[in-house]
Ligand binder design. Sequence first.
Ligand SMILES: [Fe+2]
Length: 578
Amino acid sequence: MNILGISAFYHDAAACLLRDGEIIAAASEERFTRKKHDADFPARAIQYCLDSGRIRADDLDYVGFYEKPFIKFKRILYTHLACYPRSFKPFLKAMPSWMTEKLIIPSVIRQKLGYEGEVLMIEHHLSHAASSYLLSPFREAAILTVDGVGEWSTATQGHGVNSDIRLFREIRFPHSLGLLYSAFTYYLGFKVNSAEYKVMGLAPYGQPTYYDKVRQLIDMRPDGSFHMDMHYFNYLTGLTMTNGKFDELLGGPVRKSDDPLEQRHKDIAASVQKVTDEVMLTMANYVHKETGTRNLCLAGGVALNCVANGKILRDGPFEHLFIQPAAGDAGGAIGIASYIHHSLLKSERTFTMRHAFTGPEYSQEEIREFLIGNEIPFQELPEPELLRRVAQLIAEQNVIGWFQGRMEFGPRALGNRSILADARNPENRDRVNLKIKFREGFRPFAPSVLADRCAEWFELSEPSPFMLLVAQVRPEKRQIPSVTHVDGSARIQTVDRETNSLFYDLIAEFDRQTGVPVIINTSFNVRGEPIVCTPADAYRCFVQTGMDYLVLGDCLLDKQKTLPRIESVNWNQTFAPD
Ligand SMILES: [Fe+2]
């Protein structure tokens, strides 16, 4: 049973091939086209999925699309009519793509894919819910999906039992926790739908002194449902997120992206984060009360807010949490495919998504061929020696590009397309931020820690394989400053040997050499660029940045000995900042 799931035309286009309930391949289109958040029809991601499954489009039993475009169109139409004439500009801007593609998505898919069967569609939030619950280890769980907006829903609460999902409650547009967060992302001078994580990273530098003002924007009830005061927002009627009344409330204009970040901005970030934590926790409490289960599954863009996730785990009523690693719209491709397989076809659940390594991989021969073909000097080392050498290089304060196995699905690099450095050195935060990723230095990096040593170093009892939980670094273990935030927290990835033995063994080797089972793990890309996919992407990024060494499979490349063979690129111009 081969099922292709597709998400496209809004934020992050992606495809997934599910065979008998198991993910054979899943990847985002941006990694192939090198256009961050590429929303176009994911032709290359689909081709990659079919190739991985060694099938053609004719062999597909079902094709699914992650939402219902007609209902979404109705929402846009109603909103326009309700807000006319102020809504005329955004309506006009949205229309061309609706007329040419979005209203005829099934036929666009059939035509581009060369597929003749039916294209099944379910609601956007049902795809989010399915992407988390049906891939989780649980046979019963509460479900919470929270994002900007799907068709009408912006958040849902539900209950999963075996293969069935029942979403029993929703919050509807324009009231949206995701859009509230995006409004603040916009107000603080960052890119909406892309740089929300910067607001989260900025928050610990501030005090929530604007809490009351942010709470004034959102009227929340004890059950977690809420209404927003739309007088302060412009996203219904204009091309911006907020308006003059919002500026007045917060005591200043929208920050321009190159304006300095002042204490006021940090305090505002802390305030909106505090409100987000509160709403998420209240919704989690309610869905627990309604379902009475110990397990919670999370998805939707707001589930990438690992600070709120950490709060739910720490202060909420659930014992276990599963968060879809591609919690944003890319994950909808997995959601629709698994919904068809389990909930519609009633197939038994046998598969759990224990890792996110579902993307392309390159054999040692292909890597060697690339290096030799481009006359790039390298040293090929047997695995134990490679691990010893790389661990030593990290301990000697080198920054390493680490390219191994299958690429990750979702926004986090989890040890296969990663940049690695020593977490003990406080200078590494600025060094990697400024010289390698070309981005603001205020955000610390995430630590990867051996899963079986996590509790020793962090106040975290649950595994966090997808880097989606924030917890405190234990006070007696504060010798890892470049991954410890100003409030003593860290965004943790736990690494287990079953799902990534090579990465586990590398950190274990680093621990043997230094006594610290923790390293910096940041995604292998520069600011504004999608994570690297191919050896050529990785090499290009390596030669253009301050990285010292690159490891491609078993091949070690030393920057000193590597003459750039690829045309020089100015990264700051090539990729727009967030
Ligand atoms: Fe979504």
